[in-house]
Ligand binder design. Structure first.
Ligand SMILES: [Zn+2]
Length: 273
């Protein structure tokens, strides 16, 4: 699943392609992707609207148009493709935004788990799915003391806590495993047991990992590619995710893969305590 750095990369590659484009019509071939409102209304309300910005909250993209905001979650394998209107498409392409200049933004999703919600402009942050999203790790409000407060409020493991999108937005399985390695914390630790030094290290690791991953265009693990068909390169720098049985880059101990918070979890038992 694309996480914050991958969704941010999609946002950055889409921006110069579609900002300023006016939608002539919308076609939805797989209706379940459109969660709100009804498909007919969704298509009707987007007609004639011009895209003037694309924002991101956690793992969600927000297309800002004249009167409406389109909230899009790529889930497992959703992907935007920008093409000329007459370019052939395959059976995994489900939503078509055709612009007045005969180009098209297409949404392709092999697993069909992605979602779209359309709201009146300004309302999108106050209703689900965005109303409960936590702080952005690159927001200045994301401080050590704020993180420390959040960790005191839960009985869960640190892994489960960091995966919770209502606390810190945008971290998923890959980046949670990475930030816990970088801060030398076992994913199985209960969040309330972290020391001040550990919380400081974790806070720093979250910011640095996310920044570095964005600079590298995200991680291509399995199928993620950006809108221009390019893969990210951060996967070559991962310390633990996807490296089960391979030697720890720091100490040489084989990385173990186990289950924490119901998710496949990679860590070094020697470096992370
Ligand atoms: Zn190690």
């Amino acid at each position: 699943m694309p996480e914050l750095p991958e969704v941010e990369t999609v946002r950055r590659t889409l921006l110069p392609l579609v900002v300023g484009k006016t939608i002539e019509r919308v076609n939805v071939l797989w209706e379940k992707i459109v969660q709100h409102p009804e498909v007919e209304t969704f298509c009707e309300r987007l007609k004639g609207q011009t895209i003037y910005d694309i924002q991101r909250r956690g793992k969600f993209l927000i297309f800002q148009l004249d009167n409406v905001a389109l909230v899009s979650h790529l889930r497992m394998e959703g992907r935007y493709i920008y093409e000329k209107e007459d370019t052939p498409f395959d059976r995994h392409t489900h939503v078509f935004f055709t612009f007045t200049d005969r180009t098209e933004l297409r949404y392709r999703d092999v697993r069909k788990f992605g979602t779209m919600h359309l709201f009146d402009k300004g309302k999108e942050l106050h209703v689900p799915p965005l109303s409960n999203i936590g702080l952005e790790p690159l927001d200045e409000q994301f401080t050590v003391s704020w993180l420390s407060d959040q960790l005191q409020r839960t009985e869960r493991t640190i892994k489960a806590t960091l995966l919770d999108q209502t606390i810190v937005a945008g971290l998923g399985n890959i980046y949670v495993d990475e930030v816990l390695f970088r801060s030398s914390i076992s994913p199985e630790r209960v969040a309330t047991t972290l020391t001040v030094q550990e919380i400081e290290a974790l806070h720093k690791a979250i910011i640095q990992t996310i920044q570095e991953a964005i600079e590298k265009g995200g991680s291509t693990v399995r199928t993620y590619v950006n809108t221009q068909g390019k893969t990210g390169t951060f996967q070559t720098q991962l310390y633990v995710y996807g490296r089960a049985n391979m030697p720890c880059r720091r100490c040489g101990t084989p990385i173990i893969k186990t289950t924490v918070a119901n998710r496949g979890t990679h860590y070094c038992q020697h470096c992370q305590t």
